[in-house]
Design a protein. Structure first.
Length: 277
């Protein structure tokens, strides 16, 4: 199924999403010829009842809510201007939410879109990104907060492959994108962990060929590096435009414990990464 309906999540509090993320998401939608919606929430801080008697606490909450509202409006205005300039079909979604409910609100909208774009410039945004990746049931595109050097392109796409369920899900979700790429490289990091079969990268390439995708198989020796470090070195050396990988994690007391590679790639993304779980 082609990707035709994209959601961009924008953070209004405590720090607003950089406008560069807006421009990058609009560029992605242009490359995929997709409709794009942007959501931003006015965040309200819930104050414990025992503190309500202190006037300063209520005033502080009201001031922060007003700051969040202004940031949300500014971001949505920037998005609308960028989308109009690109000639894209688009819409804006302006919601209100208590601070602790924002991640679930984003998940609810993400479940109704083909792809969700998130950024992770700070720890609280990583919490939001993890919620969308593991809770939406849809692919998530994590983009850097740094300004893009140019329009989003699909010259080289790297697929991280370890024969896992999450990697298989990521490939399936990414096929519409891989079909548009000039070069697709299947990268398997060896000598870091046991992989069930040595021949699965070639079999995956064979499967992708049925979709008209000619993939190159690369085996990369970890040589003492972690999987995340090995992948980042590979995408950098290949000057990749996009990395496709499965997101590994499991729920422990409703908190996600991320696999090492997922945590490594999510913490400081240097390029757009399409995650699926």
């Amino acid at each position: 199924m082609p990707i035709k309906d994209i959601l961009l999540t924008l953070t209004s509090y405590p720090e607003p999403t950089p406008v560069s993320v807006v421009d990058r998401a609009v560029s992605v939608a242009s490359a995929l010829n997709a409709h794009i919606a942007a959501i931003a929430c006015d965040v309200h801080i819930q104050i414990p009842g025992s503190f309500l008697s202190f006037g300063t606490a209520g005033a502080l909450a009201a001031r922060e809510a007003h700051r969040s509202h202004d940031s949300a409006q500014d971001l949505l205005a920037a998005f609308e201007a960028s989308a109009q300039k690109a000639g894209l079909s688009h819409e804006v979604i302006h919601e209100e939410s208590l601070s602790y409910r924002v991640p679930q609100r984003l998940v609810e909208y993400a479940r109704l879109h083909d792809l969700t774009v998130v950024s992770v410039p700070a720890a609280y945004d990583q919490w939001y990104a993890e919620a969308v990746i593991f809770g939406s049931g849809r692919p998530t595109l994590v983009v850097p907060e740094t300004p893009p050097s140019g329009p989003f392109e699909l010259n080289t796409v790297v697929v991280a492959w370890d024969f896992s369920r999450s990697a298989a899900r990521a490939v399936a979700d990414a096929i519409p994108v891989l079909e548009k790429a000039r070069t697709v490289r299947i990268v398997t990091v060896v000598n870091e962990k046991v992989i069930d079969t040595k021949h699965s990268p070639e079999q995956l390439a064979k499967n992708l060929s049925r979709h008209g995708i000619d993939a190159i198989v690369d085996r990369v020796d970890a040589a003492g590096w972690s999987i995340g470090e090995s992948l980042m070195r590979e995408v950098t050396s290949r000057n990749a435009d996009l990395l496709v990988m499965g997101a590994y994690g499991h729920s422990r007391f409703r908190e996600f414990v991320l696999g090492g590679a997922t945590q490594s790639m999510l913490s400081k993304p240097l390029l757009p990464i399409l995650f699926s779980h």
